[in-house]
Ligand binder design. Sequence first.
Ligand SMILES: Cc1cc2nc3c(=O)[nH]c(=O)nc-3n(C[C@H](O)[C@H](O)[C@H](O)COP(=O)(O)O)c2cc1C
Length: 371
Amino acid sequence: MFSLGKLKLRSNLFLSPLAGYTNLPFRLVIREIGGVDLCTTDLVNARSLLEKNPKAIKLIETNEADSPLSVQLFGGVPEEMRDAAAYLESVGMSSVDVNMGCPVPKVTKTGGGASMMTELPKTQALIRAMTDAISIPVTAKMRLGWDEKNLTAPDLAKALQDAGVAAIFVHGRTRAQGFDGTVNLDGIRKVVEAVDSIPVIGNGDVTTVEAARVMIEKTGCAGVSVGRGAFYNPWIFSHISDYLKTGKTPPEPTFEERIRVLRRHYELMVEVFGEDRGSVTFRKVAPWYAKRFGPVKPFNQAIVRINSPTDFEHVLGEYLEWRKQFTDDDGELLPSYQLSPMIASFMQEEDEHRKTQRKIISVPKGPIEVW
Ligand SMILES: Cc1cc2nc3c(=O)[nH]c(=O)nc-3n(C[C@H](O)[C@H](O)[C@H](O)COP(=O)(O)O)c2cc1C
């Protein structure tokens, strides 16, 4: 049992918000595999939510199987953040998360996102207005600070603890770093040490079970939140959970299992978004699964043109045939095509002997590349 304020959770592993990706179908896929309990939506503009903007309402779409759910809000106007939080409580959400880490100018210029890390008293007052207004937990998601010279996360975490937040999620990089460089475990540890009555959840580059263990051991964090690692590997939560209990590294999912989950994800996309939008949205999701398929070029070229379940099955069928030339009788890749394991940035030293195989975790391209 993990306590997030009054909310009891079955896991200390969390799905990080990933704008454009952590929609209902993705969350359901992750939950069906298991190992995770509280998942978070993409960030939602508090004002748009209050105005019942259809896009904002779609972002908080959920169902019974998608519980417990936290909605991530952003915005710099205390009254709007408070009222949006009250609305989320009234529609049955389990928790509200506040975005304090987003470096995108569109978000920071509203006084939200990473700019909140620079104005402690103002941010504390905004959060206090929210925690006073609702009884579900309010959590905060931050980076280590604005830049190397302003590592404000420990002070901010302490101020937010005093304002009543139930947990802090911290990505171990600064706003200035973007997604470059190494996740700073020492920086996360300083946030852990700054608070005494609430859990701190570490985040950044966790792509393997060992990385989760090392993050917990070196920072003392109470749990781990995974974003991009869940793209490559929606099994990651269940694997980390098993590994932390048994110390044994679970085997990689078979190719067959990867295809089963790929199909299930697409099916849910069509269910939630309809054939057209579901297919178009899935075009950018499928290549993430494909990163662990081995040779994949024709699949990636064809999947970005699908418009319907018939197209999807056709592309998949052709790919499965084509891929046979690289596999053994069980459908597993022949040794020369096998992929090197993923290694988190902060595991580089521990894996010095495997340095040549180190694979930097990619960031999705497109309008969200500034995250
Ligand atoms: C495409 C993308 C979208 C993101 N969207 C959000 C967001 O909406 N809210 C947020 O707090 N963080 C967002 N992040 C940051 C992640 O939640 C997470 O902190 C970061 O990716 C580091 O964790 P990871 O290495 O496990 O992905 C986003 C990151 C990416 C790559």
